[in-house]
Design a protein around this ligand. Structure first.
Ligand code: S3P
Length: 443
């Protein structure tokens, strides 16, 4: 649903040590995929630990509009009675994906090879984001696609009558492009192949295999080649969604920058394709330990124990960007408190997220006394012993920008204000109460 409420400003203030347990919500990427694959399987898929953020609720509503029966049994506990591969019906109304790039791109993929028609829209942020990266490969399957100027939403897709298999090399490292193509490939006779030069999050591949599809990944020094055999019968699966490492990053960051803190974050996904922030933080000297490493729902999971301590700036290599693409805003906050400069390389994709995240972080950090340099695809943050704060950050309908600046204010000399906390509900509805329970001062 498009975010249309009045802006809700919020302020965070310097606080004492953060302590306790942070139960962060279910993984957003896995939650979207569980609903979509559940809708494409025949029978009941039971999902536990589903993120009940607005982005995922919008995907649940979309799956119902395409004919699946989606019901909530209790908090985080959902059932999807799917219609099978190729079983989607034309929705009666427009599909509003709200703020969610993952939602709209994956759902467009899932329906593009079924002979039905659907129109997609979204909020002001989503309507600015590039969609040709997905509609171009979907057109190769035989779908007929009409977009607003510049390949933007609203978009109408007439799904292919006789879809043909596609082999596609992704022009940018993007799990959303890869996943849209693989989901489209489900209703196509023959093999669909995606070639990516950097590995991106592999939740779609893991979950497709879990639902019984034949999907293989070949890795060479140059590329990852993912092959999906079309027209499988997807078998419904119980999906236990692990906690989201991208959401965990916010309390983790707070514990690293607020003196004396020690927190525990249980059950967080440690999927290696999502692990870049944690690798980087360890290089910066962060005191993070991983306990009870185990497997849950086909994903590696661990309990994180995080303690405050001195940090030093590092250079983050470009080939790590895909594995921490959503974590650069919060890394730039942590880097503000490190000794020396932190350089983030190969991050041009940040410019087409829910906002231009390089610009949003640079302007907001500058307003709070931090020196930042940017190029089209890099950002450098100069750390300081005492970050002044006292500024206002503009969040541009971007949940991660909003949460990053609220975390900043917990450790700055003066309070930090954001213009709008509303978008936080897209991925982390419990963020403010959770941070408050740990000892944070947000109001
Ligand atoms: C996601 C992929 C990433 C990420 C987004 C979730 C996914 O986007 O930023 O939050 O679930 O596939 P890109 O594929 O555009 O990099």
């Amino acid at each position: 649903m498009s975010h249309s409420a009045e802006p809700r400003p919020m302020t965070s203030r310097r606080c004492g040590p953060l302590t306790g347990e942070a139960l962060v919500p279910g993984d957003k990427s896995i939650s979207h995929r569980a609903l979509i694959l559940g809708a494409m399987a025949v029978g009941e898929t039971r999902i536990t630990g589903l993120l009940e953020g607005q982005d995922v609720l919008d995907t649940a509503r979309a799956m119902a509009a395409f004919g699946a029966q989606v019901t909530q049994n209790g908090p985080g506990d959902w059932s999807v009675h799917g219609v099978g591969v190729g079983g989607f019906r034309s929705p009666e109304g427009v599909i509003d994906c709200g703020n969610s790039g993952t939602g709209v791109r994956l759902i467009m993929g899932a329906m593009a090879t079924t002979p039905i028609t659907a129109t997609f829209t979204g909020d002001a942020s989503l309507s600015r984001r590039p969609m040709a990266r997905v509609t171009d490969p979907l057109a190769q399957f035989g779908a007929r696609i009409t977009t607003r100027e510049g390949g933007r939403l609203p978009i109408t897709i007439e799904g292919a009558q006789d879809p043909v298999p596609v082999t596609y090399r992704t022009p940018v490292a993007s799990a959303q492009i890869k996943s849209a193509i693989l989901l489209a490939g489900l209703n196509v006779p023959g093999d669909t192949v995606v070639i990516e030069s950097e590995a991106t999050r592999d939740h779609s591949e893991r979950m497709l295999a879990g639902f019984g599809a034949e999907v293989t990944t070949e890795t060479t020094p140059e590329a990852h080649r993912i092959t999906l055999k079309g027209r499988p019968e997807l078998r419904p699966q119980p999906v236990a969604v692990p906690r989201d490492p991208s959401s965990a990053a916010f309390p983790v960051a707070a514990a690293l920058i607020v003196p004396g803190s020690e927190i525990r974050v249980p059950g967080v996904s440690r999927n290696p394709t999502r692990d870049g922030l944690y690798v980087t933080l360890q290089e910066m000297g962060a005191d993070i330990t991983f306990e009870n490493t185990r497997e849950e729902g086909g994903e590696p999971v661990a309990d994180l124990v995080v303690r405050y301590g001195p940090l030093k700036g590092v250079s983050v290599p470009a080939d790590r960007a895909a594995s921490m693409i959503d974590e650069f805003p919060i890394l730039s906050v942590i880097a503000s408190f490190a000794e020396g400069a932190t350089v983030m390389n190969g991050v041009s994709e940040l410019r087409v997220k829910e906002s231009d995240r390089i610009d949003a972080m640079a302007r907001g950090l500058e307003a709070n006394g931090v020196t930042v340099e940017e190029t089209p695809d890099s950002m450098t943050v100069h750390g300081m012993a005492h970050v002044p704060g006292g500024g206002r950050a503009v969040t541009h309908l971007d949940h991660r920008i909003a949460m990053s600046f609220l975390i900043l204010g917990l450790a700055t000399e003066n309070p930090v204000t954001i213009d709008d906390a509303g978008p936080i509900t897209t991925s982390f509805p419990d963020f403010v109460p959770l941070m408050t329970r740990l000892g944070g001062d947000l109001s």
